[in-house]
Design a protein around this ligand. Structure first.
Ligand code: G16
Length: 547
């Protein structure tokens, strides 16, 4: 990159976005996150990176989403979508770290120069790189999106296209569709979901349909707002949307999937009048969902029965398995697998294994699960926090579509194949998506004729507890690749093992969060009191080892 015009362009634009003193960021579980007031230079620089990524991949479209998802309102962040719709390739994360932390415009230019040369990226006025931008509802989003635009267009021949407020999975879906030469607007997303949902509802055999209203907690974010639009196109689903953000509620504050899953309590806006009703919570950028209901015996308490990502995964696995069964021997040959993380409740893993499914474990972060799920014909991945989807391999899809043409319409086999095809269109193939996940759960419940309570009986969760511990330096915790054991600080794992031994069915682990400045603690045991006590003792150990 010797071109004077290019260097001048970056030097000029980067002077608009000086790096705040002593800012040290690292590319975490899902990109950069932090206090929004400190992120302008980071977002601008990631704009440059996105353009380079586009140029590296023959000017394919890249997605750049401004969001801090489940984090507090005053935070913000960036998630990047590769042309496939998946997360940015992990090979580029070290470069992202380097440029985000470059101390001066000159240092930035020299890092970019070096990288462009190493990667063989050709920059030119006519290179046609393109980056699609979206943001969640955070007030800082608009300002940060402008910084991203300037970053993108400071690379010669690259343009930014602003799609305004979107859910993260919408942007990933649109990027994937665009790069596959398909219709890729937001309304195409809604149309695709509506058509496949309608098809699946039409394939429900008996009218076991469960018409009871679903209550949605929109986390005061973008998900509720988009669900309101989609609701207008759907029939066969009655959904009441609360916590839309228009009624004075604050994003993610005592609402939303992260709150409900971690605290296992009723979100704001829900209460006694909703006892027994099927409810669902989205997170701040609508890439996660968890279901819940308030039990009959709650006696005015705030506890909920939680149906988390593990239970959603189990429901999906059951439905897919049922369809494959209708395909006889060919169905048996299909490699259907499940990907979970160390957070998966032990009872859910036992349940899917008993179903005869292959289960593999990955590190926290959808980028890790997604990769493992691609190894199967049909790979279902879910984190307990509600982030997940079902991936259908290209080869399996072409076999399925061919099969559909051979079969006689209306036969059991034909219907099973049609359901699988419709599921592959409904469920987001790019990334976990709360909206498409919700639609699939609702279809399956109607198909089975099940209430949320009946679904909850698939297996009984082992009692568990999650806590977070604030420490001076969370990077002092280093874990094994599956995050089940801590390698550092030295001695902490032996101490944790000592605590685990005291509890029946005890299991616990610690890991540094990649989205918040905390160390996370997970504990499981045979009773809730025991799980709480194990989590607290491990949290104490974290405090004493890390000060
Ligand atoms: C992100 C990732 C998820 C991960 C979550 C929590 O979610 O996309 O895969 O489970 O962070 O990560 P951590 O425990 O490292 O903070 P989101 O919805 O916040 O983008």
């Amino acid at each position: 990159m010797d071109d004077e015009t290019q260097i001048a362009s970056i030097l000029k634009s980067s002077s608009l976005y000086p790096i705040p003193q002593s800012l040290k960021l690292s590319y975490g579980t899902a990109g950069f996150r932090g206090d929004a007031s400190l992120l302008d230079s980071t977002v601008y620089r990631v704009g440059i990176l996105s353009s380079l990524r586009s140029l590296k991949l023959n000017s394919s479209t890249i997605g750049l989403m401004i969001t801090a998802s489940h984090n507090k309102l005053s935070d913000n962040g960036i998630k990047l979508s590769d042309p496939s719709g998946g997360m940015l390739s992990q090979d580029w994360e070290p470069f992202a770290d380097q440029i985000a932390n470059a101390s001066s415009p000159q240092k930035l230019v020299s890092l970019i120069r070096e990288f462009v040369e190493k990667e063989g990226i050709v920059i030119g006025e006519k290179s046609g790189g393109e980056v699609w931008l979206g943001r969640d509802t955070r007030p800082s989003g608009e300002r940060l999106l402008r910084a991203a635009e300037i970053g993108v267009s400071s690379v010669l021949g690259c343009v930014a296209v602003d799609f305004g407020v979107l859910t993260t999975p919408q942007l990933h879906w649109m990027v994937r569709a665009k790069n596959r030469g398909l219709r890729a607007s937001e309304s195409d997303y809604f149309e695709s979901l509506t058509a496949s949902f309608k098809c699946l509802i039409g394939l429900i055999p008996v009218s076991a349909k469960n018409s009871a209203t679903l209550l949605l907690d929109g986390a005061n974010g973008v998900g509720g707002m988009k669900m309101e639009v989609l609701r207008g196109f759907l029939s066969g689903l009655d959904v009441e949307i609360r916590n839309t953000g228009r009624d004075g509620g604050v994003l993610n504050e005592s609402v939303g999937a992260d709150f409900v899953q971690k605290e296992k309590v009723v979100p704001l806006g829900f209460g006694d009048k909703d006892v027994g009703v099927r409810c669902v919570s989205f997170d701040g950028d609508a890439d996660r969902l968890v279901y819940f209901y308030i039990p009959e015996n709650s006696c005015g308490g705030d506890k909920v029965e939680l149906l988390d990502g593990d239970k959603i995964l189990s429901l999906f696995a059951l439905f897919i398995k049922e369809q494959l069964k209708s395909l006889g021997d060919e169905g048996k040959e299909t490699r259907l697998g499940v990907v979970q993380t160390a957070y998966a409740n032990g009872a859910s893993t036992d349940y899917v294994k008993e179903m005869g499914l292959e289960v593999v474990f990955a590190k926290t972060g959808v980028k890790h699960l997604h990769e493992r799920a691609e190894e199967f014909d049909i790979g279902i991945y879910f984190e307990a926090n509600g982030h997940g989807t079902i991936l259908f391999s290209e080869s399996f899809m072409s076999w399925l579509v061919g099969k559909q043409k051979e079969l006689s319409e209306g036969s059991d086999e034909y219907n099973a194949v049609s359901r699988l095809v419709a599921v592959s269109n409904l469920i987001n193939q790019a990334v976990g998506d709360a909206i498409s996940g919700l639609l699939l759960v609702e279809v399956i419940l109607q198909h089975m004729g099940w209430s949320v309570q009946k679904w909850n009986e698939l297996y009984k969760d082992l009692p568990s507890r999650q806590v977070k511990v604030e420490v001076p330096d969370r990077t002092a915790v280093v874990t094994t690749s599956e995050e089940t054991e801590a390698l550092k600080p030295l001695g902490i794992q032996d101490a944790i093992n000592g605590e685990i031994k005291k509890y029946q069915r005890g299991r616990a682990f610690i890991r540094p969060s990649g989205t918040e400045d905390v160390v996370r603690v997970y504990a499981e045991a045979s009773t809730q009191e025991a799980a709480d006590s194990l989590a607290n003792s491990v949290a104490q150990l974290v405090k004493s080892f890390l000060g």
